[in-house]
Structures are given as structure tokens and as C-alpha cells.
Design a protein around this ligand. Sequence first.
Ligand code: FAD
Length: 549
Amino acid sequence: MTPDGIIAGVRTAWAGKRCITILDPCFGVGTQFLDVWAACRADPHRPASLHVVAIAERLPDLASARDVLSAQASPQSAGLTQALLDQWPLPLAGVHRLDFEAGAVTLTLVVGPTAARAGCSARVDHVLGTQSAQTAQTAQTAQTAQTAQSAQSAQSAQSAGSTAAPQREPWGWESAGAGQALVVGAGLSGLAIARALALRGWEVTVLHPGWGDQESRPHRGHAAAALTPVASRDDNVRARLSRAGTLCAQRTWRDLPEDIVTRCGALQLQRQTGRVVDLAELAHALDFPPQWIRYVTPEQASEIAGVTLDRPGLHFPMAMRVQVQPLLESMAATPGVRIVASRVHSLRQQNGEWLALDGAGQVLARAGQAVLACAADVREVLGASGMLQRGSRVDAMHALAGEITMIPAQSALQGLRCTVSGDGYVLPALDGWCVAGGTYVHGATLALVTPEGQTGNLGRAAGLLGTSWTAANLTDRDTLPGWAGWRAVLPGRLPAIGPLAGSPGVWIATGYASRGLTWSSLGGELIGAALAGEPLPVERDLLDEINPN
Ligand SMILES: Cc1cc2nc3c(=O)[nH]c(=O)nc-3n(C[C@H](O)[C@H](O)[C@H](O)COP(=O)(O)OP(=O)(O)OC[C@H]3O[C@@H](n4cnc5c(N)ncnc54)[C@H](O)[C@@H]3O)c2cc1C
């Protein structure tokens, strides 16, 4: 089909629609996407939202993409080329989501050798370069089986949905426009979801006990935390999901000031005991771009860190140090988000709405959609609501206490430029203090800062920093400030994000364990996209892995 024919087909497909999702089965360097976007901008009757899902077996790097696009982009789309290049993703397998025109135009790029098969979940209205009506009909049919697909794989996706796939609660796409949602819990998970929905025009009520009192706000004293991706030699589910989460966080936090989200990078040092993995071999096997991960010698690691390190490791340039409370405050301040200082006891459905009730049965909030994001208490709220499914992933969740310790950034620590991790972690100094963590206290009934915990954290910090730092010089080592809290942990250390089976309109986002920063933006974008009827920003098989049911 000629380019003109393709664009004519697209115009016909979006005529009269408020929102359209188009599948581009062959992304290349994005010339078709740019043509579609340009045609949309030129159309006075354009849809309010244009979503393009594009499949690419391999993504060229930025320099190659620039070369090709400068030679190939059509005159109509030339002005948009730079906007695409500005967000050009690293050539990494997975789903990359790019936003333009304040989210009115999105590009969801599914990249990798199995991209067409892995796919992402989307309701597809039109397939580029086809006799649209017939193929789009096939795409619609496959969507009924809770999948979306490249044009080529539509048939197989459909059969997977009807025969082989386990029963799953659908992720949505019945969006009738922005509505009202209530979110239980104003931690990293709840506020990321509230923000994602509010940016899509939703009115969101977040319920959290004691929010009115600064001292009672979540993560009070949790001065800083680390976002460091996971790497595994076989690029397993956890590594892929952490890549999606990290890239999503990079995107959603891109306008936050550098002191809240510090793009300092992280070094993961080679372990010497326990489960020792050959990191040089791992990095070689993965063959990822160095902007994402690279192996470094002790000398290179020391140069990056600004302190002497005696072990080799992996360098993650996109890792971050985050000030947790300012991040929470910035998300809570999103227009459309309202916070009510109350603890939710249970949910009840009434007249097509979900009611959040306190312990006395009083209604605290009501909305069409309810998101449970109150960490390990999700289990309790579900239980009190009569909605906890025995044997589900969420049923297996438990709370695990832990603490961090603040170390005065004297001498060598003052110069620390990136997160150093391995057994524990040390963050670059913030206001003269480095955060060192963290402990894992099994069977605790309270989360407390303790002398034993501090000793453990100081020992881990000394182990990481080798000869460049010792706790022996600390005069006040028994009275160092710290913070203690809880992690909600699920078997397999993957979060639980998605719709609750059997209770349409109830969503779960919990089990973030030690990686609240990695999972929270992704959880927000997944639930935000699902409720807005947008393509979902991770592959289908990963959605299955984080299914809460
Ligand atoms: C010592 C320690 C160090 C850590 N370091 C890091 C790190 O460096 N990087 C990282 O990414 N992660 C780290 N984590 C993990 C991170 O803190 C969690 O993953 C993250 O807080 C999970 O976010 P959440 O919103 O699910 O839960 P929370 O942050 O715990 O928020 C849930 C909120 O829900 C509220 N709530 C509970 N029940 C109800 C109810 N019934 N009604 C209303 N509200 C309710 C709670 O009061 C709570 O504030 C650390 C955790 C600990 C303990």
C-alpha cells in the first residue's frame, strides 16, 4: 500500500472517534508513525487521543535513527522528527512508552526478537498498511480474548486466549472517559497511581491515616532510597520488569528537580561470598548498551564512585538516588488528587460504586474504581471486605521489617558520587549524611531502629567501601539517626499489580518489597493506562507474572 493510501486508511479509521489505537506492525525507524502523527495534527477533526503501538524486532541506536530519519522523513513530518529523537529509547528489548503533546499522542514500542509474539496489551482499532476494516476486526476479536497482537500473530493470540491461557481478570479497555477513583494508602504505590490517574483527568481521593500531621506522613525520616535495576544472566522476568520500571520512573520523574531525583548511577559490586555471580561474564552475555549496564574493573569503579573500591562490578548509569518524602509530596500535589486522613477498614459495593468504609462502617469515600495500595494491609482490607481469595498471590503476602542508618559523610564518604551496592547499599551524601541499608528482620512485630540494626548496616557499608571507609572513626555510632519501616513481600519478589478477579472495579498494587521506587511508577502507569483505555506499557507475559490473583 502506498504511503498516501496508508494515511487515507488512518483518517477513515479515526473519523468520529475520540480516542484511537493504531498498530504499526513494522516500526523501522518510525517514519510511518511520524506520518500518522503529522496527519493527525493536520486534521481539524483529529481524535483527542492517538495511541500507536509499534512492533520492532530491533531498535536502531539514536545516531543511526537520526541519520535514517533525516534522509527519509517526509516533508509533512520533518518538524516532528526531533521530538521523536528527543525521546528515542535505548535499544533495549521490552516495551518503551513515549508521550507527546502532553500525552495526547503516545507511542508504545514493543522491541525485541520475540516482540510480535510477546506483544503488549492494547485494544487495536486499526492496523497500519492493511485493508483496515477486515484486519482491525480480527484485532478486535483477539482483544476479546484479553490480548492484543501484531497483525501477523492475531490468530495465534486469539487461540492462546481461548484455550491455553489461564483464566485472568481482564485489564480493561472499557474506558468511558475519566471518572472518579479512590486509592487506599498514600505511600509510593498509592500516590503514583493517584498521580497517573489525575494526569489523565480523573478525580482521585486517596485515603491515608494521619495524613494531616506531618510527623505521621509515610516515610518520615526515610531520607533517601536507591533505585537500582536488576540484572540476570538470562534476563529473567524480574530483570525485565525492573528494566520496565526503571525506564518508566525515568520518564515519569523527568521534570522533578535533581535534588529529589538524583541521576547518580549505581555500582553493583562483585560479591565475594554467598551466591557469587561472574559479573564480567553476565555483562558479556547480556550485551546491553553501556548506557544501561556495563562491567567495570575496580579502577573504573573507583573512578565512577569517587572513592577507592577494591572490587569490580556492574555500572548502571540510569540508577537514581531519590528523596522519598519530597517525591511523595510532589505526587500528592498533582491537581485532581485529594487526600483524606483516614484508615480504611473495608470496601463494599453499592449501586455500581465502591465504598471505602472505616471500622464503624462509616463511608469515607465512594468511586467507580477502587485501588488497594496499602502495602501488606491490602490482605487485611480484602479479608474484612470478604474479597480475599485463599491461595491467591496476595494471600501469600507478609510484612518484613527493616531499617536504614544515616552515616555522617566525613572524609572519603564526602566524595561518594554514586550508589554503591552489593550486600547492602550506601548512597551519596545528602545534607552531610549518607544513607546505608538495610536490614531484614524476619518475624518482627514492630519496625524499630535498633543498635543491632545499626551495627549491621555499618558493617555492610564497610564491606562495600573496603579500605576507603571504616566505622571505627565514628564517635557517635550508637546514636546515629535512622529510619525503620515495613516491606510487603510476595513469594518470588515480584509485585502484585492488576485487577482483582471477581470484583470488577477493584485494583491491587502491592508487594513492592525492597523496590518501591522501581515498581511504583510502573504500577501507576499500568493502572492509569488500563483505566484510560490506553495500550499497557509492559509485555503480556510480565502482566501475567504480576497478576495479584
Ligand atoms: C529499611 C527499608 C529500606 C528501603 N530502601 C528502599 C530503597 O532503597 N529503594 C526502594 O526502592 N525501596 C526501598 N524500600 C522499600 C520501599 O520502602 C517499599 O517498597 C515501598 O515503601 C512500598 O510502597 P507502598 O506504597 O506499597 O507501601 P508503603 O510505602 O508502606 O505505603 C503504604 C501506606 O498505606 C498506609 N495504610 C496501611 N493500611 C492502610 C489502610 N487500611 N487505610 C489507609 N492507608 C493504609 C500505610 O500507613 C502506609 O503509609 C525500603 C524499605 C525498608 C523497610
